[in-house]
Design a protein around this ligand. Structure first.
Ligand code: G3P
Ligand code: CA
Length: 248
């Protein structure tokens, strides 16, 4: 069985702020999450990776090159070193105080106030990341079926299967990359046996796929929406969630 997903706060699809309100503030920083909350998002989405000392950090890319002034793999730096990196200036000088943060800092601030959609990035690079994430999530006793709950997602199907066995009460989502499209009926059945959500790239998503997912009693979120036209198409398809850089 998969866990219930009876989120109820908003009418229509859930609004999920992608890496926070990343259209307006630097992605995956406290500033972008705070703004997402102020703009009325149901959920914030964030990416997690592991530091050299085994802590979970909120960061999208494999390396720190694009969004900080440093270079190299995230996993070659300790949490303390990552904390010292300015992750805001790449977006705007006004955000030079934004540092790379740990998942626990974000959870401490936001858990129970807003939903948190946690994406596990490149799990094969970080052995034990599923167990570490499960340990952190278990510490927060959240109303899992509420909009202030947690959903965990990944492009990595095996990691999501492991998460389902570690955290059977937490809704899981598999992300469908263009490389994995189209999914066979058999694959869709298998994913639906452990994932509550099948989250599609919006370019690939159509009526037929939305129906395939809903007919299996599973939900679908579309990513990543950056304009009105795509938002309207997704609403028409009856998606359950819209992952967007512009949650307003
Ligand atoms: O939530 C879906 C989306 O975040 C996946 O792509 O690269 O932005 O993590 P990416
Ligand atoms: Ca993501």
């Amino acid at each position: 069985t998969v866990s219930a997903t009876s989120f109820s706060k908003s009418e229509g699809p859930l609004i999920i702020a992608h890496r926070g309100a990343s259209g307006y503030a630097p992605e995956n920083t406290m500033a972008s999450f705070e703004l997402a909350e102020r703009l009325g998002s149901d959920f914030i989405e964030l990416d997690v990776r592991m530091s050299r000392d085994g802590e979970l950090v909120v960061f999208h890319d494999k390396t720190v090159d694009r969004t900080t002034k440093y270079t190299g793999y995230v996993h070659n730096y300790t949490l303390r070193e990552l904390h010292g990196m300015d992750a805001g200036s790449f977006f705007s000088a006004a955000y030079s105080n934004e540092a790379i943060v740990s998942l626990e800092e974000v959870m401490d601030r936001f858990a129970g106030r807003i939903g948190i959609l946690i994406e596990i990035k490149d799990p094969p690079l970080y052995p034990g990341i599923e167990e570490k994430l499960a340990e952190i999530v278990r510490r927060y006793e959240l109303p899992y079926e509420d909009t202030a709950g947690i959903i965990i997602q990944s492009f990595d199907f095996e990691a999501m299967y492991r998460i389902h066995t570690l955290l059977p009460d937490i809704p899981g989502a598999v992300l469908i990359h263009p490389d994995q499209h189209p999914l066979s009926d058999e694959t869709m059945d298998k994913l639906a046996s452990y994932a509550s959500y099948i989250n599609y790239n919006h370019d690939l998503l159509n009526e037929e796929i939305a129906l395939e997912i809903h007919s299996r009693n599973r939900k679908v979120m579309a990513w990543t929406i950056r304009n009105d036209q795509d938002m309207k198409r997704m609403k028409k398809l009856g998606v359950d969630g819209i992952i967007t850089n512009y949650p307003d």
